[in-house]
Design a protein around this ligand. Sequence first.
Ligand SMILES: Cc1cc2nc3c(=O)[nH]c(=O)nc-3n(C[C@H](O)[C@H](O)[C@H](O)COP(=O)(O)O)c2cc1C
Length: 264
Amino acid sequence: MQKNVLIVYAHPEPTSLTSQFVAVAQQTLQAQGCDVMLSDLYGMGWKTVFDACDFPDRIEPDRLSLITESGHAYSTGQQTDDVVAEQQKLLAADAVIFLFPLWWFGMPAILKGWIDRVYAYGFAYGYKNEGNRYRYGDGILKGKRAMLSVMVGGPAADYTAYGINGQLEALLFPITHGNLFYTGMDVLPTHAVYGTGRITAAGIAAAKEVWRARLTQLFDEVPIPFRRQNGGDYPDGHTLAESITSGRTGLMVHRRDTLGELAI
Ligand SMILES: Cc1cc2nc3c(=O)[nH]c(=O)nc-3n(C[C@H](O)[C@H](O)[C@H](O)COP(=O)(O)O)c2cc1C
């Protein structure tokens, strides 16, 4: 069956490595028979900040309560057109790829602004008006796949287990776990190109080959085994069962394949 893939990317320069990786993804996925949708955030002039302009018809004019207004606008069909268009792309997608350069250990602000605005109340959180019932493994985007593809200026050594910057998977955990798995998506391991600050033409060509090969596995790869909120590991829906943690802490306790760190 034909698959739909949404590529959301953030880079202001068309010749950047990020933009080159978008082109490779587009070509490779189309050659595989996928229908590819693009959200070029800089090209679209995406409005980054989440503010009062998002809600011209407020139910609480005296005080801007973003969650209340977001839920109201979503449920009454009063969201801005740009937000609605992105939500529809997400709903139509079988897989979503986020392509961006690592900027200060996270995503560029314009992409964070896409999350802040597109992730409306009733859509990405507060789904079905049931509070936290549908999150982390359940939610409106359940059944879809997601992957981060990140250009990293520094060398891989800086991002290993004892690397000075911290492990890349830990730095990106708020995105993979908090933004993607939260809405129910199956999140694939992050694709990273390290050392982009000093990369040669041969290095770029090799990195593109690895990226092409990775894309052919988009619908076959095993996702990161994050623990589902409603899978039994969080008896009260908030805290991991003591029998599982057994004295371990850290973000990685939320994965079934790691034990996390020893509590000090
Ligand atoms: C504002 C800014 C912040 C950056 N922060 C980081 C960082 O935290 N870690 C890192 O390794 N490289 C960092 N870099 C380097 C970028 O990751 C690098 O320029 C990028 O990967 C190159 O890919 P591109 O051609 O797609 O921009 C930063 C660059 C900029 C402009």
